[in-house]
Design a protein around this ligand. Structure first.
Ligand code: SER
Length: 355
């Protein structure tokens, strides 16, 4: 155990921001299943009871409030951070400056703290950061269809504030990892104390589908919303066209992949940013499979032109070869298997127990 400035013992911990969101929920469950007793989680809102019970400590804190983050982190010895706090793509278009503050300034706070702590420990602090398919941007639907699967460093011209923020934060992560304070006195004289103090790793998530939670504020939400509405016996008006296609994966796959990247040996990572995804169904294909399991599902397609334009600017599928080659990423499910082996058994149980 290491000591803080006043000589007190600092408890080792893994630190999670935005822990109350869908990914946070899945990550905390996964850590807890692995028997990790050292989870320190923060969010703007209180976490649900089940998640709280799995954590060593939880705090109400805004990622934009640097003092609050410093106060919390001064109590712990944190060498690994999962920075999940973000304002998603749909919500961000109603309040872009607030989204910028949370998505960018919050990330700078985390990176700066990681750099300071890394210097203090004399070893890198790992920052694991979820980016998104929103980092891409096509000029037209025909271009999107023509291009098909995209690798990480092409067609990155996002049309949303969220996408711009995520893309920029990927670059910031690279900067803190490789070039931080490159001209500062302590960098140019003798040993470079700033280089390598942050070990930044980033996954670009596709749309995510959880059996346990329903997303809010995103633009890929039409698939999870459609499935959960059917399971609850509610009508669903899908806000995109039937032929709309973007990549998706289930939440457990996303969590496993994130943890796999976090655990990968640094020297095997050739990139800062990695695409991951499992399947790329159209909204209509998802509706068809939903109706196989819930024959009375009432799904209609009533596209909202502006949200449709956002989804049309995102790729229809992702080239995940770099993740496969560098750290062994493999999707677990096809769309059909995701329904059969994960979504249907879990969702049915969940809504039965709530009935
Ligand atoms: N799920 C995100 C959103 O819709 C995209 O990664 O904003």
């Amino acid at each position: 155990m290491e000591q803080g400035a006043l000589g007190e013992r600092r408890q080792p911990a893994v630190f999670i921001t935005g822990a109350g969101g869908e990914v946070g929920h899945g990550l905390i469950s996964s850590f807890s299943d692995e028997g990790r007793p050292d989870i320190v989680a923060t969010d703007l809102r209180e976490l649900d009871h089940k998640s709280r019970e799995k954590c060593a400590a939880t705090y109400l804190a805004d990622v934009c409030d640097r003092d609050a983050l410093d106060r919390i982190l001064s109590m712990y010895q944190v060498k690994e951070m999962f920075h999940l706090a973000a304002v998603l793509s749909t919500r961000a278009e109603f309040a872009p400056e607030i989204a910028h503050q949370v998505n960018v300034n919050g990330t700078v706070n985390i990176l700066q703290i990681a750099a300071e702590q890394g210097r203090m420990y004399g070893e890198p602090v790992k920052v694991v950061f979820p980016s998104s398919i929103a980092a891409y941007g096509f000029g037209s639907l025909s271009q999107k269809k023509e291009v098909g699967a995209v690798s990480e460093y092409v067609h990155c011209k996002p049309s949303t504030m969220y996408g711009c923020n995520k893309l920029y934060c990927e670059h910031l992560g690279r900067y803190y990892a490789h070039s931080y304070r490159q001209l500062a006195t302590d960098s140019v004289q003798g040993k470079d104390k700033n280089r390598g103090v942050v070990d930044f790793r980033c996954v670009r998530y596709p749309g995510l589908i959880s059996a346990e939670t329903v997303p809010t504020g995103g633009t890929s939400d039409f698939v999870p919303e459609m499935i959960h509405a059917a399971a609850r016996g509610e009508k669903y008006k899908c806000f995109v066209r039937e032929d709309t296609r973007i990549p998706f994966m289930t939440m457990p796959e996303a969590i496993d992949a994130t943890l796999q990247l976090a655990a990968a040996p640094r020297e095997e990572l050739t990139q800062i940013v990695y695409n991951i995804s499992s399947f790329s169904p159209s909204a209509g294909e998802v509706a068809t499979i939903v109706k196989q399991y819930f024959p009375s599902a009432d799904i209609s397609f009533e596209p909202d032109e502006r949200r449709q334009a956002i989804v049309d600017s995102w790729p229809e599928s992702l080239d995940c070869n770099a993740a496969t080659n560098d750290w062994g990423f493999t999707p677990k499910y096809t769309l059909e298997q995701a329904f059969e082996e994960y979504l249907i058994p879990r969702i049915t149980k969940q809504y039965e127990s709530k009935a």
